[in-house]
Design a protein around this ligand. Structure first.
Ligand code: C2O
Ligand code: CU
Ligand code: CU
Length: 475
């Protein structure tokens, strides 16, 4: 009844949709911006994985994990051309490791499962930032328990900046008009703990969505234009995101687009990012919503419900300032870096089925693919299941969607490192790897529904010099 009255009032006021708001809104937490310690062009970071407790839901303290704090981690800031020296301390009571999702770096710094280290130990990866401005993120990658460690809170954002993107006049004041929006989810036990029950089909799919770690967040904007860095950090959940007004996508996983693209919604599978620009009308109140996956993502009804594809959530309330100058037109061109794509050096087929890729489960001692060149490869990735969603992520790489057969990718423009593979579709990816030959350590490719990854839906590739043989674990 109440809903009906509201709707009628909204129609009277001439609104397209009733204004939504939370009943227990709290200020959106902005993860601290960690710029490390800059020494010339070297940036040094210290991260400690630790346990603690956090008020995820109003009035309840929940035991959690985090980096340099109780829950989630700081946003790491780095610039193209810099050397990164990282010290990661394991202060939790289980072996873990941190993967820098989206970064191009040597396998010894990538944080794959082979690099897992024990409680009390410190891991010190180092690399050069040699990729364009982007929103990336970091999360754990220990063998078979990545989902659980991420779910407990070991995840944070990474902002890579460069001179080219700085000069575009885009919002870039962190926490003011440049806002990290890290979407995860949880389920809770009756006493307010994180429910770690792993469902045999849906893993740790949570029923309570969180933005930057809390329920019912509200952001009071002080500017009329916002850049939102959307990170789908959920372990299993796909989100189709809308704001009730059109917005511009300016970047996908790996870099800025060549030009802004206006959309009404954007689909992000687990692990994917997008940067969007939203212009706020004075006094407007917006709601970032997860609206359900269009056409159930190609799944039959029952599967769609099980995987949460029909769920809708209010995620983040955004209040516009009462006044302020109209935002300037967005730049017409953003990035010149969409170079012509040379033909691939090699083609490969990857068939996703159940928890396996090409009928095989992850084996840390098996090399699935050897990349012995700096050229591009064309990977044809098929989801052979008609009733399961999957997506696909490649470490130390970026790719463009070259072709989609028997399905559709809602937003295929730009450079990605993670993408949905709809049921029965084949998505062909033109892949460019970071070329850091090392025959002794592998990079991963996997489904980024982390329960699938933990169940073995992952393979290993090794990058070597032309003609060189991989020798995992060798020296
Ligand atoms: Cu974000 Cu191997 O993963
Ligand atoms: Cu990754
Ligand atoms: Cu999968």
């Amino acid at each position: 009844m109440k809903g009906a009255v509201l709707t009628a009032a909204a129609v009277l006021a001439g609104c397209a949709a009733p204004t939504r708001s939370f009943d227990q809104a709290r200020a959106l937490p902005i993860p601290p911006l960690d710029e490390g310690e800059l020494d010339g062009t070297t940036r040094r970071f210290e991260l400690t994985a630790q346990s603690g407790e956090y008020e995820i839901q109003p009035g309840t303290m929940t035991p959690t994990w985090g980096f340099n704090g109780a829950w989630l981690g700081p946003t790491l800031y780095m610039r193209r051309g810099e050397r990164i020296e990282m010290r990661v301390h394991n202060g939790v009571d289980e072996p873990t490791v941190v993967h820098w999702h989206g970064l191009h770096l040597p396998a010894a710094a990538d944080g794959g499962p082979a690099l897992t280290f024990d409680p009390g130990e410190t891991w010190e990866p180092a690399w050069d930032v040699d990729q364009p401005a982007a929103t990336c993120w970091y999360h754990p990658h220990p063998h078979e328990v990545s989902a659980l460690h991420a779910y407990r809170g070991l995840a944070g954002g990474i902002v890579i900046a460069d001179d080219e993107s700085d000069a575009l006049g885009l919002p870039q004041e962190y926490g003011v008009d440049d806002i990290p929006v890290i979407i995860t989810d949880a389920k809770f036990t009756a006493d307010g703990h994180l429910d770690e029950t792993i469902d045999p089909t849906y893993g740790l799919l949570g029923d309570t969505p969180l933005v930057n770690g809390i329920t019912q967040p509200r952001f009071e904007a002080t500017t009329r234009r916002l850049r939102l860095r959307l990170v789908n950090g959920a372990t299993m959940r796909f989100h189709n995101l809308s704001l009730g007004v059109p917005f511009h996508v300016i970047a996908t996983d790996q870099s800025l687009l060549s030009a802004p693209v206006e959309v009404d919604e954007i689909l992000l599978s687990p692990g994917e990012r997008a940067e969007i620009i939203v212009d706020l009308a004075p006094g407007a109140q917006l709601m970032l919503r997860s609206t359900g996956i269009p056409r159930r993502g190609g799944l039959p009804k029952e599967a769609a419900q099980g995987f949460g594809f029909e769920d809708t959530f209010d995620l983040l309330e955004i209040a516009a300032p009462a006044d302020g100058a109209d935002p300037a037109p967005l730049p017409e061109g953003l990035s010149a870096a969409v170079d012509t794509l040379d033909g691939p050096v090699a083609e490969r087929e990857l068939r996703l089925n159940g928890f396996q890729i090409n009928e095989q489960s992850m084996d840390m001692h098996r090399v699935d693919i050897v990349v012995d060149h700096a050229g591009r490869e064309l990977w044809h990735v098929t989801n052979e299941n008609d009733d399961w969603p999957h997506n696909f992520h490649i470490h130390n790489a970026r790719f463009q969607v070259a072709e989609v057969k028997d399905g559709a990718i809602a937003f295929a423009d730009g450079w990605h490192d993670t993408i949905s593979i709809p049921p029965l579709a084949t998505v062909s990816l033109l892949v460019e790897f970071g070329y850091y030959p090392d025959p002794t350590l592998a990079y991963m490719f996997h489904c980024h529904m982390l329960f699938h990854e933990d169940q073995g839906m992952m393979g290993q590739f090794v990058v070597v010099e032309p003609g060189q043989e991989p020798r995992l674990g060798g020296h």
